[in-house]
Design a protein around this ligand. Structure first.
Ligand code: MG
Length: 252
């Protein structure tokens, strides 16, 4: 299924997308899925971030070529950092270019959305804890990101975590083409088969560090080809069979 979150007539709902129609759900997408019977045409809804994570757990340097372009050695355990919930925006929102940065980059990433509370999950059961997958853009103030040290400032500005447009459980996360386009030009192009640490490993590994809650998102790292964006640019993150996450960069 393809899940989304949207506002319509000043109300916010979760829904299921089928053939450009949204089937409104009662409650959220993390318990029993129940349709209310109301259907909204996709073009009448305003799409929001498809979930509201309590935290976004991010994996750095999870594609070999990206570690090489940053001139950082390939890690032998995952590089983990967090983005705050306040950085999340949806597919129709703008990325606000912070006044204190001189270089803001896109990073196309596969996002895995947690389905149920996960703590100390064995590797063999890890995928039972994943609701589905979404497109993510790990927006980064590159000039504020030290190569060895805290990345929090560089990664945490409001609007630096675009997610969407949908969460889908209809894909094989180990083999998905992933791409970014800046003003229509392809900048990154890879496949999730190139991930150094895979989704099931990450869910299990992270759940031994912190409890993962329904709606939390693990973003799995970006392939090579990062570059800066500027106010006025349109950045698209496209993942095969998930969709296109498109945001515009605006001056603060
Ligand atoms: Mg990243």
């Amino acid at each position: 299924m393809k899940y989304l979150r949207y506002s319509h007539n000043n109300e916010i709902h979760y829904g299921i997308l089928e053939d450009d129609r949204i089937y409104e759900l009662t409650g959220d997408i993390f318990s029993d899925i129940r349709k209310t019977g109301r259907v909204v045409p996709l073009h009448e809804a305003r799409l929001l971030s498809p979930c509201t994570p309590s935290k976004i757990v991010c994996i750095g340097l999870n594609y070999r070529d990206h570690a090489e372009e940053l001139k950082i050695p390939i890690p032998d355990s995952p590089v983990v950092f967090l983005k705050p919930s306040s950085s999340v925006i949806g597919p129709l929102d703008d990325i606000i270019y912070p006044e204190i940065s001189r270089r803001v980059d896109y990073e196309a990433e596969l996002g895995a959305v947690i389905k149920k509370t996960a703590k100390n999950v064995p590797l063999s059961q890890a995928m039972d804890y994943v609701l589905g997958f979404t497109c993510a853009n790990d927006v980064t103030a590159r000039d504020l990101q030290p190569t060895n040290g805290q990345w929090t400032v560089a990664k945490s500005f409001d609007t630096f975590m675009p997610l969407g447009p949908v969460i889908t459980d209809e894909v094989d996360c180990t083999n998905l083409n992933i791409r970014s386009r800046l003003n229509g030009k392809v900048m990154q192009s890879s496949n999730t088969c190139n991930l150094i640490f895979k989704v099931d490993f990450l869910v299990s590994y992270l759940s031994r560090i912190m409890t993962l809650y329904p709606g939390d998102v693990i973003i799995t790292g970006t392939p090579g080809g990062i570059a800066p964006m500027h106010p006025g640019d349109v950045i698209e993150i496209e993942i095969e069979n998930i969709g296109i996450l498109r945001n515009t960069v605006k001056k603060a």
